[in-house]
Write a protein that binds this ligand. Sequence first.
Ligand code: ZN
Length: 110
Amino acid sequence: MNPIICPKCKSIVPSGSKFCPQCGNPLVDISNQSLSLGKQIGIYSVCLLAPPFGLIYTFKYAGKANPQLRNIGIAALILTGFSIAFTAWSAIGTYHYMQNLLQTYVGTSY
Ligand SMILES: [Zn+2]
């Protein structure tokens, strides 16, 4: 547990403090609950590559008070929706492609 630096007055605050003792700035959202960039990329990868599991993060983060986590939850929802739509679109595209392929081989009688 490292000490936190207050983003408002730049004084060092013991970790676990909810408010800065110097200026009273609330600290809990910024310090304890923020996610590293690597973890965010991991979450977005799950959303894009394994769509249904991305919704877990939406449920986990979308209701949080911390705006960063809420944005991650909303972004996870958007990416998951996009991924599902893309999967459906490519499945339909593959179906039409296979149908056309079948018609070029069999379809002279059509
Ligand atoms: Zn402060």
